[in-house]
Design a protein around this ligand. Sequence first.
Ligand SMILES: C[S@@+](CC[C@H](N)C(=O)[O-])C[C@H]1O[C@@H](n2cnc3c(N)ncnc32)[C@H](O)[C@@H]1O
Length: 502
Amino acid sequence: MLVPASTAPSATPNMPPHKRRKPDGKDKAVQCNSPEDSLSPATNSQSSVRSGRTRGRKGRTSRLRAERRIKGLEGDSCKVESAIIKDQEYLDFLAWLKNMGCPRTKLTLAEFSNTGRGMMATKNIKAGEVIVQVPERNLVTMKTLQSIYGARIARYDAFFVSSFGKKVNSHMIIALHIALLVQSPEKSGWLPYLRLLPKKFDTMPVRYPPELLELLPQNAQAHVRKQREKIMADYQCTMDFLHSNNDLLARPLEYEEYEWAWLVVNTRCIYLDAKKQVAADNIALAPMLDFLNHTHDAKTEGFFCTKTKSYQIKTLLPYKKGEQVFINYGPHDNCFILVEYGFVTPDNPYNYVTVDNDFAQLSIPGETAVAKREKMELLDMAGYFNDYVLHRNDVSFRLLVGMRLRLINPFHKSSVATQMAISQWHNVVNGELDQISAENEQQVPVHLERLCDAMLADAKRTLAILARKKTTFPVMHLQQVWIEARDIVLSIIDKIQRKETL
Ligand SMILES: C[S@@+](CC[C@H](N)C(=O)[O-])C[C@H]1O[C@@H](n2cnc3c(N)ncnc32)[C@H](O)[C@@H]1O
């Protein structure tokens, strides 16, 4: 879901300064002829890897340069290229919007070399201006769908509440609605919008082939598994619903069709109330607004205006004519953005590395298997099991908590000395004590560095595998997240070696 709220600190729209090339390696701005062409959400990383053919056998300088490009760090001299999209499909969409009562905007659809298709300012836009207004009748929400499907949804909702104790989720119903519109596009009245929707979602990890999926960081793999389970569960419920509402279908609804519609909702819907980030009755598909791309430093406000009866986005930053206008989907790291939206952004300040597996696998001298299991149980009971992360400049408190406990050795739960150490550990966790013991505290950075070394080896191994793969957008996205992970780990190792406070 997109959260067009003002979350970002900086006042500069993100215009990463270099080119993307299409996967065929052609070095020119991409002309968008069809939604399929425009579908490949790209980071500015993409050109370089294409053209740079980043391989292990390249020299160090060339490899580092390619990596700098992947991360969006290279070449302030390289301008973002853009091409306005004015094909018949877009003109039909504009006519459709006008018909639906959408006011004209200072935005037009364009293809950008750094992000793929997005919205360009056709005139200068001042800070505080409303950039998009979507009339209520053009929003696809649970409320509007109730007026279309009425009693059908109410009946199913009642069945759902009685069977599962919860209401039908709006993500599932909006996805079904989109899938039904696509089955009979001419009849739907929404054809001009439907024609502009992405044709496929191949850059979404949930669509990755297994050999790429296993190259995602562990936490992202878990995120994808949950997403897949959710899509499958929603498909099952949808099939249940259709069982008694078969007349809605023009043909049987295949899983792939439903998955596509579900991903349309996932990547394009907004929360009407950004403070209430739960889907129930709070999400909406808002044609036109959903062509705005994300950057972490966009500052916007999204709200429903009761006077104009429309959902509006106000930018708090100015834009110059010709620039891409962005919204901010929320304060997310690149792994999250990749799994939820299928792209990554350069210089994302929210990036972090999860080291749960490395923590579990870390061997501590003198720690028996029984002691390790008991410590994990203790961590679980205290609410500190897993979610151990490294940021660029620090490690999470949870990881320090876990490491201090792991470093209580010898550890015999029945012994008085161990019980005393555990009680001191609790006091450190609660902030009543600074350390369990001087020795325990000294050991923390030593073993954190060992953990970082393991993570670093993981990152290097995965990058080496990726460097041997054919360059595609998913491969480049994976390269970027692993380079970022590696660099975060390196910066923590550096801090440890400089004996800085973590
Ligand atoms: C709400 S849509 C935005 C419009 C979309 N680019 C289009 O052409 O229809 C969200 C999708 O846009 C793409 N996207 C958004 N922000 C992006 C960015 N900064 N870089 C690359 N792709 C981006 C991703 O594919 C994402 O799933």
